[in-house]
Write a protein that binds this ligand. Structure first.
Ligand code: CTP
Length: 395
């Protein structure tokens, strides 16, 4: 916590006074805390309380600073943004990108980790709209600190009480530690399909969208790594701070990846590389005739196997997309390609490709196994790095 810079957003709920206690603890633990309050929050606690606790100005309006753009400056200079307490209204705004005050503008501009601790009446918390909004936030990688059951402001018992301070602090500690977990690492990630031309308009490819690799790249960046992403043809985009190298064919992916991997400390091969390519690509579009078209296919170079053969000390993680005997096949690949770890997923019946959920198991060493469970790809990317960073720390 020491020397961490935390932006604390306080919304208008009875639990706002607990944000003052939290601020005091954070300051005592050596964090630098900047506070943003909504108008409603100021009805419950005065800005002066937070100003006195942090010895810093408290931000309440988009319009008070003349020369700076406060919401941008605030999120750029912080390590994490914690919204405590978060009301149903602000959660709805965060879920739908509504930015109508300083706090919600800052949240929309934030690329730093967002921690949201909801507090509200039980009926509001359980309303399908709030449930759906929280699901959207979770899917986008926001860390939620679930509220507790207990005595609510309405003098009734139910779920919706702000999580206790110890729990919020523990979550913040984890999120802040993660932001530095991969500092100093140079990570190369391959992602997406490859496309092997038959002629100028036809090709052989597969259903990969690159989403898993892009999410893994995004999460590595968020944890402080320098990231090179070698990305096959997909409409999915990676964040600007990731150095993205666009390629089309397996050979191009090989040529781009090998030199980058020379200087890497970790390589993650998440690409669904075409194992074969047509032996020749016709220069002109092949005209249809009554006859059959036979396309001879030849093997593509195996990028990951080449990296495993000439190991330069980089921690090597592969992926295995399997439709049967998942773990046995994964373990065989782990050994055959000289990998440090392999993430196995089930692609039977089209699972695993595209957006939505996935399920991964990491196999490592002789018989190591870490089940990452099921979840949205962004959440799995976080669990992937939790596991890989811990394994790598032991090497
Ligand atoms: N890989 C690669 N270059 C290739 C083929 C695969 O780097 N030409 C990598 C993938 O990115 C992935 C792993 O190797 O990390 C997958 O291994 P592979 O043996 O190709 O498995 P699958 O294609 O999943 O399955 P199979 O061998 O059963 O065809």
């Amino acid at each position: 916590m020491k020397e961490s810079r935390i932006l604390l957003g306080v919304c208008g709920g009875i639990a706002a006074y607990k944000a003052a206690a939290l601020t005091s603890t954070l300051v005592q633990r050596g964090a630098v805390v900047e506070v943003v309050m909504t108008d409603d929050a100021q009805r419950f606690v005065g800005p002066l309380t937070f100003a006195a606790l942090t010895q810093r100005p408290v931000y309440t309006s988009l319009w008070e600073a003349q020369e700076k753009i406060p919401h941008i400056a605030l999120v750029r200079s912080a390590d994490a943004f914690a919204i405590v307490p978060a009301t149903a209204n602000v959660i709805a705004k965060l879920a739908h990108g509504i930015a109508d005050d300083l706090l919600t503008n800052a949240a929309l501009a934030a690329t730093i980790p967002l921690v949201v601790a909801p507090a509200m009446n039980a009926a509001m918390y359980e309303h399908p709209a709030t449930v759906e909004n929280l699901r959207l936030l979770r899917e986008r990688g926001v860390t939620l600190v679930e509220p507790e059951s207990g005595f609510l402001a309405e003098r009734e018992r139910g779920i919706g009480r702000l999580a206790d301070e110890g729990k919020i602090l523990a979550v913040l500690e984890t999120v802040l530690a993660r932001t530095r977990e991969l500092e100093g690492e140079r990570i190369v990630i391959t992602a997406g399909p490859t496309r092997e031309p038959i002629d100028p308009v036809r090709f052989v490819s597969n259903g990969s969208t690159g989403t898993t690799g892009i999410e893994i790249a995004r999460e590595a960046l968020a944890r402080g790594a320098e990231v090179d992403l070698v990305l096959g043809p997909t409409s999915a985009e990676a964040p600007g701070k990731i150095r993205t190298h666009r390629v089309t064919t397996a050979q191009e992916m090989y040529d781009a990846t090998l030199p980058l991997a020379q200087r890497a400390s970790i390589v993650v091969a998440a690409a669904a590389v075409s194992d074969w390519r047509p032996s020749r690509a016709h220069a002109q579009k092949v005209k249809k005739t009554g006859a059959e078209l036979n396309v001879e296919m030849v093997r593509n170079p195996d990028i990951l196997a080449a990296l495993g053969e000439h190991k330069n000390g980089a921690y090597l993680v592969g992926f295995a997309a399997e439709t049967e005997e998942h773990e046995a096949n994964g373990r065989e690949k782990l050994r055959r390609k000289h990998l440090d770890a392999i993430a196995v997923n089930d692609v039977a019946e089209g699972r695993g490709f595209g957006g939505g959920e996935n399920e991964l198991v990491i196999l490592h060493g002789e018989d190591g196994r870490i089940a990452l469970g099921r979840g949205p790809k962004r959440e799995l990317a976080a669990r992937f790095w939790d596991a890989i960073a811990a394994l790598r720390a032991k090497t």
